[in-house]
Design a binder for this molecule. Structure first.
Ligand SMILES: N[C@@H](CCC(=O)N[C@@H](CS)C(=O)NCC(=O)O)C(=O)O
Length: 203
């Protein structure tokens, strides 16, 4: 059965899932919801994604919400231990830590730099707060990538997808202006063929 990826008609976080699915050369179909008509608040979608957030993924009998969870699960199921180190792998702990760091710490903070729906006043204060908080996180990421091309030395993993997405928000907020290593990382990751296909999909 074909994997279904739920996305908004407008920009959203579903491109990360499309990126992974292209990396693994898996077929999928998209289901588009219109946020302006609150289609994501309808019962049918809430039965998949309880808080009505995008992205959501239906893979046979399995339903996933939260982009980090969907990336983790799909990579583990279909990645053959390569794109997501499995439980007994010595890289697993670092992989999971960086995936969660990007999903739970960096992404929500940096989203303030691109969130189009905040009022101007609230946007300013959110962005100031994010700019104050993000420095240490970017320092840590920079140190991690100092001696590596990707989060893990062994090569590209799902953690790089989530980290790139979050850093791209930080870049939009000007937080990478004096961080050439992180800029280079984002550009290199986004130049991957699967990432470019996914980007075309979100346009
Ligand atoms: N942490 C969640 C964030 C999900 C999220 O906020 N998605 C946005 C679109 S990118 C959304 O659904 N917004 C509509 C809403 O929250 O009602 C994830 O990574 O999936």
């Amino acid at each position: 059965m074909t994997i279904q990826l739920y996305r908004f008609v407008s920009a959203d976080r579903s491109g990360r899932i499309a990126w992974l699915l292209h990396e693994m050369k898996l077929d999928f179909e998209t289901v588009e919801l219109d946020a302006r008509n609150s289609e994501h608040h309808e019962e049918e979608f809430l039965s998949l994604s309880p808080a009505g957030t995008i992205p959501a993924v239906v893979d046979g009998d399995d339903v996933l919400f939260e982009s980090g969870a969907a990336l983790h699960h799909l990579a583990e199921r279909y990645g053959g231990g390569k794109i997501a180190p499995l439980a007994d792998d010595s890289d697993r702990a670092a992989y999971v830590s960086w995936l969660y760091f990007a999903s739970a710490s960096l992404d929500p903070l940096c989203f303030a730099f691109v969130n189009p729906i905040l009022s101007e006043e609230f946007r300013q204060s959110r962005r100031e707060y994010a700019r104050r908080r993000v420095g240490r996180m970017l320092d840590a990421t920079e140190r991690r990538l100092d001696e590596r091309e990707t989060v893990l030395k062994r090569g590209f993993t799902t953690a790089d997808i989530q980290l790139t997405a979050a850093l791209d928000y930080a870049r939009a907020g000007g937080c990478l202006d004096d961080r050439p290593r992180l800029q280079h990382y984002v550009e290199t990751m986004k130049a991957r063929p699967a990432a470019r296909r996914a980007e075309a999909f979100t346009e």
